[in-house]
Design a protein around this ligand. Structure first.
Ligand code: NDP
Length: 380
């Protein structure tokens, strides 16, 4: 027998042959102490609200459902789906009761289910308004994915429904609930970069399958601007802390490309803010993925790149001839935003990104399309 094998047998015999007390006696007390201090036993969760997820597609399955495991204040208790097989399979995985699986026809009967406190709308954009209003009318609080809806009028209808029902309405602008974008907001508004002069924001990716709903005007509301350019727009507003007073824009779509029969491919747009800050933004369904925000002050600049990915965000700050990368925790954006929404319901507080926030973006998006079509500056 080799020396190592012999040692292993001896160790195994020792571990199985003696009780815990004997092991403890054989290990120096200082080591035992250190081991137990390293193990942080988490507190039991507080009250978790029950959530229903409406639309079991890519975002729901790959991001939102797994995120519930990291939530302190939210648990998934119901599904709404047009595909019962998929819903039942996911119900087994996430412990959702079969009686809590709804479809789009019997969705309104969710009002009789006291287990459901909050509804998360994860449907194609053009369906957000209808399912948000129906959810609010069922007496539930609603978190809806971005963009809030296809038009400012639809957003207004959703806001009115929330007021009428006395329920919370929040738009899922997940970047507002994670540390990198939050630190960028703090830095940009703190004066540490000197007065902000300009914001540069780009968001886009190369889209594939021409048959997907994102390329269908009725379901998507528009092209790259509605889907991904909204990140650049929203960031320009949250980094500056201001609302734009004017917009300019240009659109280009490759002629004859089967993907772009109904919606636009590339958009560039400029925003003028009342303080004089300008924002130069792009969105695209044609270029290699971009997710970059920059804030340029008189004394320094910051760069978020990638700025909006689910994980792996990076933030650089350049000042005084030095570039420093900020080390911040990577949190689950979806768990963070769902806990925020639950917290607002439990404490009766207004969400950080309420319906009005989604409405403002849709007003500006409408003006961006108008500016591009008319070839002139649109005042807001
Ligand atoms: P998917 O196409 O993957 O899923 C949408 C789901 O909606 C479908 O699986 C289906 O669920 C349901 N649905 C109902 N009617 C239709 C219809 N006519 N056509 C297509 N789907 C339908 O989309 P995503 O999950 O990528 O996007 C959903 C929403 O989430 C969008 O508003 C999008 O903008 C937003 N989103 C947000 C992201 C973020 O980072 N915050 C990232 C990605 C998307 P079922 O089969 O269960 O009925």
């Amino acid at each position: 027998m080799s020396k190592i094998a012999g040692e292993e047998i001896t160790r195994r015999r020792f571990m199985t042959g003696v009780g815990k007390g004997a092991v403890a006696a054989a290990v120096p007390a200082s080591l035992l102490k250190r081991t137990s201090a390293d193990v942080v036993v988490p507190e039991p969760p507080g009250k978790k609200l029950g959530w229903a997820v409406v639309g079991l597609g890519s975002l729901a399955i790959n991001q939102i459902l797994p995120a519930f495991a990291k939530c302190e204040k939210a648990r998934v208790v119901a599904f709404v789906s047009g595909h019962p097989d998929k819903a039942h399979k996911l119900a087994l995985r996430y412990g959702v009761a079969a009686k809590n699986i709804y479809n789009y026809q019997n969705y309104d009967s969710i009002k009789d289910n006291p287990e459901v406190d909050v509804i998360y709308i994860v449907l194609p954009n053009g369906m957000h308004a209808e399912y948000t209003v129906r959810g609010l009318q069922a007496g539930k609080h609603v978190l809806t994915e971005k963009p809030m809806a296809n038009s400012p009028a639809d957003c207004q209808q959703m806001i009115d429904a929330a007021h009428k029902a006395g329920r919370k309405l929040m738009v899922a602008y997940r970047c507002r609930y994670e540390p990198f974008n939050r630190e960028a907001i703090r830095l940009a508004r703190s004066g540490e970069l000197g007065p902000v002069q300009m914001i540069l924001a780009d968001a886009g990716f190369k889209i594939g399958d021409p048959t997907q709903w994102r390329l269908n005007k009725q379901l998507a509301g528009g092209g790259s601007l509605m889907d991904i350019g909204i990140y650049a727009l929203n960031a320009s507003r949250y980094l500056s802390g201001e609302e734009p007073s004017e917009v300019n824009a240009m659109i280009y779509t490759t002629p004859g490309d089967p993907r772009f029969k109904e919606v636009e491919e590339h958009v560039t747009f400029q925003l003028r803010f009342p303080s004089g800050v300008l924002a130069n933004c792009s969105s695209s369904y044609g270029y290699f993925h971009q997710s970059q925000f920059r804030v340029c002050g008189t004394e320094g600049r910051l760069q978020l790149d990638p700025a909006t990915w689910y994980t792996g965000l990076r933030l650089w700050v350049e000042r005084d001839n030095a570039i420093e990368e900020r080390q911040l925790p990577n949190v689950d954006h979806f768990a963070s935003e769902m806990d925020h929404m639950s917290g607002c319901v439990l404490d009766n507080k207004e969400p950080l990104t309420p319906g009005e926030e989604g409405w403002r973006d849709l007003k500006i998006i409408t003006a961006i399309y108008e500016a591009a079509q008319q070839g002139k500056t649109i005042k807001l």
